[in-house]
Design a binder for this molecule. Structure first.
Ligand code: GLU
Length: 519
């Protein structure tokens, strides 16, 4: 068998759709599984906006996930150009060939004269009015430069047969097909033509793409055949659905997703994180875009693992897989036929798993940019800062899932006099409790005298303290937490005190006491 060559052909839209990324991943996996090549081709024939603005986020998504391409933008290759906008001559010469061989024809019927009703249109177009023009009329049309489109001549009374690697055998009746336009009046190619010529000339062996293109496939097969090209193997994969739903995940439905319980958490997280790292209006990012996951602190391993499971499975049970395992086992017959829903909770559980696999240094490295961008640390590489970040990460335990989760623990990074107290917790635990304030005063003295300020010693100190005072731990611990962290919940109390250190703890308790009296 010839070398396996797959391709992904995105239109530059300014963002990378997470469902599109899954399709790209399957192409990449199939190429890698077979030791073949993965080609990135840019479908920019209808490009109106700035190309680099529209394409960069797409390339960045591939780079972030580590999905390298063997041929395409930036890397070049022997089968280029890889931008459709640069391939017009190739499309034109193919169209000329089809015209010369009588496999396509110039159609002069103005769009307005074609019936809109499908059946009438079929009947009308099958008569191919432009082929009935006399030579005189044709000469006149040419002389007056009358606009025309080029249509492929669909053979009648035939069946287009497709053995799809996912859908199985599919057949289309050519008598139900209208001669499709393959080149517009302005000389630009239609998608079906460009795609076939590119796939053939780039020696693509497997066309793995979204199932919505299955309806384009009979036309493409006819074009392949008309041009004398060998057919690739088609594999039409189910779309990526919105959580739990049967609908294709789409950016147009964002308002609906915002309200859905599964997606809501993702939007809430975006609202909490993005403004803090300088992305106003969430940087225009949402969970349909790959960039959302990168910017909010997901790991490529987690996204790749999750995407690979959207419509493909190793067996009935394995969820967690490394890229090596996936590459080794990725075969087209294991792609499922039904739509797979993106599940934010599952995504988070993949993320949590892969985050746990990282070494402490790696975790620190992932979390640091968030702290820096939020202005919570100046230089995360300074030894004492690094030390503190890793202590907080240890304290967070499995609460560190996404790298930006570290921002929920900002109490360890703000200056003592900048600590923000959660109003509700402060009121409940300190302001309204004269007893708590008295106890905090006394405890502060004890802490000031402490010779050891590690979690174990503090545990002992606190226990001795409550015993001495004849109070329960609950009567001081909540107030203490709010006083030193500003929050009602957080990491283990003794670890929290130890990380902050004696001086900070005392200053913060002092400040909490005076705030409770002044406000
Ligand atoms: N640019 C097309 C799309 O994004 C490519 C379709 C194909 O893979 O043939 O849908």
């Amino acid at each position: 068998m010839s070398t396996v060559r797959t391709r992904f052909a995105p239109s530059p839209t300014g963002y990378m759709h997470i469902g599109g990324m899954r399709t790209a991943l399957f192409n990449w996996l199939w190429a890698r599984h077979n030791g073949g090549q993965f080609i990135l081709r840019i479908d920019d024939t209808d490009q109106e906006r700035n190309l680099s603005e529209a394409l960069d986020p797409i390339l960045q998504a591939f780079k972030w996930l580590g999905l390298n391409w063997d041929e395409g933008p930036e890397v070049g290759g022997d089968n280029g150009p890889y931008f459709q906008s640069e391939r017009n001559d190739l499309y034109r010469s193919a169209v000329d060939q089809l015209l010369t061989e009588g496999k396509a024809y110039r159609c002069y019927v103005p769009t307005g004269e074609i019936p809109l009703d499908r059946d009438e249109k079929l009947g009308f177009m099958r008569q191919r009015p432009s082929l009935k023009l006399s030579q005189n009329e044709l000469d006149q049309y040419v002389a007056e430069e009358r606009p025309f489109v080029v249509r492929l001549m669909v053979p009648h009374d035939q069946k287009v047969q497709i053995e799809d690697a996912v859908r199985g055998y599919v057949e289309f009746d050519t008598n139900l097909m209208i001669d499709p336009v393959i080149m517009r009046a302005n000389g630009t190619p239609l998608y079906n033509l460009a795609s076939v010529i590119d796939d053939a000339q780039m020696k693509i062996t497997h066309v793995i793409r979204a199932e919505e293109h299955l309806s384009n496939t009979p036309v493409q097969v006819l074009i392949f055949q008309a041009l004398g090209y060998e057919l690739p193997q088609f594999a039409h994969i189910p779309f990526v659905a919105a959580p739990g739903g049967k609908e294709k995940l789409s950016k147009r439905k964002l308002d609906k997703y915002r309200k859905s319980p599964q997606f809501k958490k993702m939007f809430d997280k975006a609202e909490a994180v993005f403004p803090r790292i300088g992305l106003e209006n969430a940087g225009g990012l949402d969970p349909v875009m790959v960039e959302y996951y990168e910017k909010i602190g997901y790991l490529p391993e987690a996204i790749l693992n999750a995407l690979s499971r959207l419509g493909w499975s190793l067996d009935d049970k394995t969820e967690i897989m490394s890229m090596d395992t996936i590459i080794e086992n990725f075969t087209l017959d294991r792609i499922v036929k039904s739509a797979a829903g993106l599940d934010p909770d599952k995504l988070l559980s993949f993320q949590s798993h892969w985050m746990n696999q990282l070494s402490m240094d790696e975790k620190v490295e992932r979390c640091s940019p968030f702290l820096e961008k939020a202005g919570l640390v100046q230089d995360a590489s300074a030894p004492e800062t690094k030390q503190r970040i890793s202590q907080v990460i240890i304290g967070m335990e499995d609460r560190l899932k996404i790298a930006s989760d570290i921002l929920d623990f900002d109490e360890f990074f703000v200056a003592d006099d900048q600590l923000v107290y959660d109003a509700k917790a402060f009121k409940k635990r300190i302001k309204k409790s004269a007893e708590a304030v008295t106890l905090l005063e006394k405890l502060k003295e004890k802490l000031a005298q402490a010779s050891d300020f590690n979690a174990e010693a503090l545990d002992q100190l606190l226990h001795d303290f409550v015993e001495q005072e004849g109070v329960g731990m609950g009567q001081i611990i909540h107030a203490l937490r709010v006083a030193v962290s500003g929050k009602g919940t957080g990491i283990g109390m003794f670890d929290c005190l130890a990380i902050l250190g004696k001086e900070s703890c005392i200053q913060r308790i002092d400040r909490a006491i005076s705030l409770s009296q002044s406000e």
